[in-house]
Design a binder for this molecule. Structure first.
Ligand SMILES: [Zn+2]
Length: 71
């Protein structure tokens, strides 16, 4: 793994990913995607509640932007 950051093991942090636009209100939704030890580990969206073993589209999108992270 190549990274300029050095964080203690078990470190967790979050990125905010844009979700889909609500057709009724026109508002955009945002989801916090959690990264644990440079691994994209969770997202707060409904897709993850439904199937917590598959990465959702927000996690995949974050992976595309931050290729040094694992998923
Ligand atoms: Zn998600």
């Amino acid at each position: 793994m190549n990274s300029i950051f050095t964080l203690p093991k078990g470190s967790k942090w979050q990125y905010r990913e844009m979700g889909s636009r609500n057709k009724k209100t026109g508002k955009l939704s945002y989801y916090d995607v959690t990264v644990t030890d440079y691994r994209i580990s969770d997202c707060e969206c409904k897709a993850r509640e439904f199937n917590k073993y598959a990465p959702c589209k927000h996690m995949k999108r974050l992976k595309e932007k931050l290729s040094h992270l694992e998923i």
